[in-house]
Design a protein around this ligand. Structure first.
Ligand code: FAD
Length: 514
């Protein structure tokens, strides 16, 4: 079956690309006289990659793909587009882990940012300042490489995503969050300075004090204002190991009450949560936490309750705190109301913990189940409506329909650690929940899952749940205006200021909507 799936994926892609061969003609012929001309690729390998992403649902064919060897190449390309009577679109492609074609450019030029990685003359594009506790990192760098490079100095960033094979520029264009975010803020709150090539082709350094409008625009800015070529990321002393505890609940309101209690407690470094359903295995690709004997205990519990909720919390430690960490964990658990006896602990290195999703990726790839359609839906739901969301979505739509087999995540975040001047949009409450419906489909059934996503969105609308989409995807400008709410005017003004000819990030479908 794995061979069949691989064959099916490859042949489907080839047929899409075959039908829509790129036409160099859609770019002005003067492009051939540019210095970057030799770094533009028109071959099927380059075009095929640039018209695919993790979502595997949208496929937009660019006219060319730029493989830059320096940031001057990107500047030259964007400046040239600005000079054309009819400018062409340009999209930065980080690691292409978007789910709805956000890093694509129909008939335009995709910039393959990873190409920059190979062309550093001194070092690897990651420079650590031990005296300043920060790292200067190329926008094209993967977070896993940032982790490895900073650990050499005993330091590490504070704020992470669950999965580390994403680029710095890609996550900073959205927000970048995980279980550490309630405490340290999203990745966009942990940036001191950026180098950006704007949509006009200007190279600018920006921070809260210098060119601040650009700084705030770009962070969470969906790639619409400029291409990030360097980010200065805050670092702190890295722990060596972690105690990772999972507790199981059958009652959603008790589960969320404990989650909210824990994020207001000192001494915890990470908190997430997820759902188990009686029609799926207790372990999934993203988390194989339970041993076989624990798994059978949990399956009997699932038979009784239908849905269970897992609360994950983590306490970091190192040599100095190794003796006290178990006691600290015990103290954190005091007063929690998980099902008695249903608490499980793992002891891992810090790196293995942060890189925990990688194993699942490798397993899925080996079965041909990674490059399938992934119609994910990520929402930020205000705390005041999370119980209604559970009843209407988790219980009444997802559990009743039994379609979703992918991970379902739910955990609280705190608004105070987000900066409202940045472009990222979150609900207007002090605490809101990240809900990740990480569906994996097949080429035959992904549409069913997407219909379920639409049903969920309609339910929220009808019930008046003022949630926001994370990694947003909308088809009409009206929906985008609603998404940005009071931020829309500033967002539009910033676009006019930094990318007046609307060249950048066409895959977001905001300013060039269909
Ligand atoms: P791409 O998909 O290549 O690009 C995304 C957008 O950013 C595009 O609009 C692109 O034009 C723009 N862009 C890319 N590079 C730059 C740049 N240098 N400058 C300006 N704009 C740029 N997100 C979380 O917050 N937390 C998670 O835990 C998390 N886990 C994930 C796990 C998996 C398996 C996957 C597939 C995604 C996950 N995400 C998570 C979502 C992820 O953060 C976003 O999809 C992110 O954009 C992916 O980064 P990328 O490098 O692949 O970006």
């Amino acid at each position: 079956p794995a061979h069949f799936i691989v064959f099916f994926v490859v042949s489907r892609l080839m047929s899409i690309i075959g039908n829509l061969r790129p036409s160099k003609n859609s770019l002005p012929c003067e492009i051939d006289s540019l210095g970057v001309h030799a770094k533009l690729r028109y071959d099927l390998d380059a075009i095929g990659l640039a018209s695919t992403d993790y979502g595997n649902i949208v496929h937009e064919i660019p006219s060319a793909v730029l493989y830059p060897t320096s940031i001057d190449d990107i500047i030259e390309l964007i400046k040239f587009s600005n000079e054309c009577p009819l400018p062409f679109n340009v999209a930065a492609r980080g690691h292409g882990h978007s789910v709805r074609g956000q890093a694509m450019a129909h008939d335009g030029v995709v910039v393959n940012m990873l190409s920059l990685k190979k062309h550093y003359k001194n070092g690897n594009g990651i420079r650590v300042s031990t005296s300043g506790n920060y790292a200067d990192v190329g926008g094209e760098q993967l977070w896993i490489d940032v982790l490895n490079a900073t650990l050499e100095h005993g330091l590490a960033p504070l704020s992470w995503t669950d999965y580390l094979y994403l680029t710095v520029g890609g996550t900073l264009s959205n927000a970048g969050f995980s279980g550490q975010t309630f405490l340290y803020g999203p990745q966009i709150s942990n940036v001191l300075e950026l180098d950006v090539i704007t949509g006009k082709g200007d190279f600018m350094t920006c921070s809260k004090d210098q060119n601040s409008e650009l700084f705030y625009a770009v962070l969470g800015g969906l790639g619409l204002f400029g291409i990030i070529t360097r980010a200065r990321i805050v670092l702190a002393k890295a722990p060596k190991r972690v105690k990772w505890v999972r507790m199981i609940y059958s009652d959603f309101s008790i589960f969320t009450r404990d989650q909210e209690h824990l994020i207001s407690t000192k001494g915890l470094e990470y908190l997430e949560g997820s759902l188990l359903m009686d029609y799926t295995p207790a372990n999934n690709w993203r988390s194989s936490f339970f041993s076989p004997s624990n798994e059978s205990q949990i399956i009997s519990l699932l038979k009784k309750h239908g849905i269970l909720y897992c609360l994950d919390m983590v306490k970091y430690y190192d040599d100095e705190t190794a003796n006290s960490v178990d006691k600290d964990v015990q103290m954190l658990q005091e007063g929690l109301n998980f099902i008695p006896g249903f608490t499980f602990m793992r002891d891992e290195t810090y790196v293995d913990f942060l890189n925990r999703v990688r194993c699942g990726e490798i397993t899925l790839k080996s079965k041909g189940l990674w490059d399938v359609p992934n119609p994910w839906l990520n929402l930020l739901v205000p705390k005041s409506r999370i119980l209604d969301f559970n009843a209407g979505v988790f219980v009444d739509i997802i559990h009743r329909q039994k379609k979703t087999t992918g991970p379902l995540l739910v955990f609280p975040l705190t608004k105070i650690v987000w900066d409202d001047k940045m472009s990222a949009v979150v609900p207007d409450e002090d605490i809101f929940y990240s809900v990740g419906l990480l569906h994996s489909g097949s080429f035959n059934d992904w549409q069913d899952l997407d219909n379920q996503n639409n049903e969920i969105l309609e339910f929220c609308d009808r019930a008046g749940i003022k949630m926001k989409q994370y990694l947003p995807h909308y088809k009409s400008k009206e929906e985008w205006i609603k998404h940005f709410g009071p931020k829309w005017n500033t967002f539009q003004e910033r676009k006019a200021q930094f990318d007046p000819r609307m060249i950048l990030s066409p895959g977001q479908n905001i300013f060039n909507y269909v």
